[in-house]
Design a protein around this ligand. Sequence first.
Ligand code: ADP
Length: 450
Amino acid sequence: MFDKILIANRGEIALRVLRACKELGIAAVAVHSTADADAMHVRLADESVCIGPPPAKHSYLNIPALLAACEITGADAVHPGYGFLAENARFAEILAEHNVHFIGPLPEHMRLMGDKIAAKRAAKELGIPTVPGSDGAIGSDAEAHRLARDIGLPVMIKAAAGGGGRGMKVVRVENELAAALDMARAEAKAAFGDGTLYLEKYLERPRHIEIQILGDGKGHAIHLGERDCSLQRRHQKVWEEGPSPALNTAMRDEIGETVAKAMRAINYLSVGTVEFLYEDGKFNFIEMNTRIQVEHPVTEMITDIDLVVEQIRVAAGNNLALTQSEVTFHGHAIECRVNAENPVSFRPSPGRIIHYHPPGGLGVRIDSAVYHGYAIPPFYDSLVGKLIVRGKTRSECLMRLRRALDEFVVEGIDTTLPLFRALARETNIIDGDYHIHWLEEYLARGALDQ
Ligand code: ADP
């Protein structure tokens, strides 16, 4: 096992990893920018190192500074959290060159899945069902036109190097295709330094359902069920739950085993998530994330498996501690990503929290790094914290969620708590009857505007 882990991240995920280290008896090193000197993960770590000024590219993305921090503290492994360097294959390689372990997948798998075209091709070859679309990058506009006619409009143009919900365009009529391609190419080049595009059938009312995977890089891989992340705004997840209201046990076992089998075939190491759009009883692969995800607590709450602990264990070369039949699902869990944003305009609202009272009680978990008097800096994401609630049944979970949301007090900044209070009382949500566009349509109706 590792002796000392450096956590190359900040906020709630840095704290989450720190907690796993403590429970494993591993020393933890926090790194921070000058803006995060007062952060909770810094206060609770065994050691901390300042790695640069506030902008992430000079601190949390600063590889030489992170290497120096490993050297100074004698850390033998790095946990990247999510975001920042979590899916950076080169970072993992550089660490290896310095005899530091990267707690994550092999660089080759991060590269494969980071290229969305290569990922889709690999998924198809591994027997995972994919969204109908171009069999690779779009060559000419003429080819795109032919393809759009073949698969049928509407289609979605996507950037091969895209991520975070950016670089996607929907085209509903063919005479808008050429202009949309030009715009998407220019945007992708500007945002990701790569203008490569591909085309997919645009699904009108799918659900976003993702399968959690855990592998030990030695041919053993299991799935830990699904999360339904259909409630999104601008392709960003807002509310996640598991199990999905749309699946039953047989469906879960079938898609879970398909994915686990594919992961065994490539000797996948670490945690990972295979994402699908689910419509008319069919799963359509969209991408794989080779990191621990924001919404991982949903799975932890219904399986009782600590995903970060398992991720650390397999990174240290241990075999999977669990077999598929040992994974059992209990009850229902829902996660709300509470952001420091205005609940109507979604304008970011960084600043000082002058009053903070998180909810508690049976089945209530808060993953957050904020505290009374803490000032949310304007430089990073606007997550205040994740509220995760578990119940024996989905209806008990919803009842508990409404109760927990009503208890939650955050004053001094705007938060999206009022949005969640409203969502937890919406008939469609209570019935589990929603899809990836539901939230945008709901917000467009002005349901929350006063
Ligand atoms: P990113 O890597 O930027 O998150 P994804 O490919 O995972 O991009 O897609 C993000 C979201 O965009 C999905 O959860 C879904 O809401 C929407 N989306 C992606 N592909 C399609 C599609 N073919 N049809 C309809 N919506 C899509």
